[in-house]
Write a protein of this length. Structure first.
Length: 303
């Protein structure tokens, strides 16, 4: 099975939605408390982010029912975390068999964490000289929430949220659409750093305690893209396919929409993902490199 790592507030491991759908506990980790039990901590309606990770993971399970979910807790019950946890969790995910990572969180400064990790060369060195020898040649595709900047009192469409705005190969930044194919009023959407949209309003998914709830946000949109990525990876298994190939394919097979609810600052034109289109046609590999190497990683570098 394809494995999707969910970097978030943790998960309710006993929720029926995840029965038979989680990786072994030895492949999970809690980077907040430092153990292999990434259960959510807190209480609903008391702690602001409690339930977030369970809801996000539930959306992955709904989108790709046969996927294996790897919960990695990087945020506390308030939805707060530290950048070293994100770095450590991405390395953990790559080293423990994950194919896709979902990041439904953001921060205001560009520290290049995700870009350097996704651009990491096979010797563990990025183009900027940052080294990640631990990650080796393992590759991850990443779906990242674009942020909810549209809810600001004076929305600034060009205000960037990271890591979504890092514009790295191997990731898609996901804005939120409504069930009527309009842009969600709360969603950050600025191009070129936002790639696609996915449903993110009134999404029903799991919440702790074996229950289900409704949540809205770009946090709900990103795991739909993570699930579609898993579906494409599961169907098309050619060794030459890289995260860049698959995510480009999802973007190219999405639906071109000119949103009817235009903001006051001009037209918004973003493609809304379409799972059927993405799964029904095979993604193309990059051309083989001139040196004759044929590994997926080498082709990723050629692109």
């Amino acid at each position: 099975p394809v494995v999707v790592a969910v970097l978030d507030t943790g998960i309710d491991r006993n929720h029926p939605a995840f029965a038979g759908r989680l990786v072994p506990q030895s492949d999970m980790w809690d980077f907040v408390q430092g153990d292999n039990d990434p259960s959510e901590v807190g209480a609903l309606w008391v702690d602001p982010a409690f339930g977030h990770g369970t809801h996000v993971a539930g959306i992955v399970a709904l989108t790709a029912p046969d996927v294996k979910i790897m919960p990695l807790r990087v945020l506390d019950k308030n939805g707060e975390g530290e950048l070293w946890r994100i770095t450590a969790a991405m390395i953990w995910a790559a080293n423990h068999g994950a194919d896709v990572a979902n990041l439904s969180f953001g921060y205001p400064e560009n520290v290049r964490v995700l870009k350097d990790l996704l651009d990491c060369l096979d010797v563990g060195v990025t183009p900027t000289g940052t080294t990640f020898p631990e990650i080796g040649t393992d590759r991850l595709a990443a779906a990242v929430a674009s942020g909810n900047g549209g809810e600001l009192p004076f929305p600034i469409p060009q205000q960037k949220i990271y890591p979504a705005a890092e514009i790295a190969d191997g990731m898609l930044s996901v804005a939120a659409s409504t069930k009527n194919d309009t842009l969600a009023s709360f969603s950050s959407y600025q191009r070129p750093w936002v790639d696609v949209t996915a449903p993110g309003v009134d999404i029903v998914s799991a919440i702790p305690g074996g229950r289900y709830g409704v949540w809205s946000g770009t946090s709900m949109s990103a795991p739909i893209v993570a699930g579609i990525t898993a579906l494409v990876r599961a169907r098309y298994t050619a060794a030459c396919l890289t995260p860049h190939n698959i995510l480009d394919h999802i973007k190219e097979t999405s639906i071109d929409i000119r949103w009817d609810n235009l903001p006051p600052w001009g037209e918004v034109r973003l493609n809304r993902v379409d799972a059927l289109n993405s799964v029904a046609t095979a993604p193309a590999c990059d051309s083989p490199p001139a040196n004759g190497k044929t590994s997926g990683f080498e082709q990723f570098l050629v692109k």
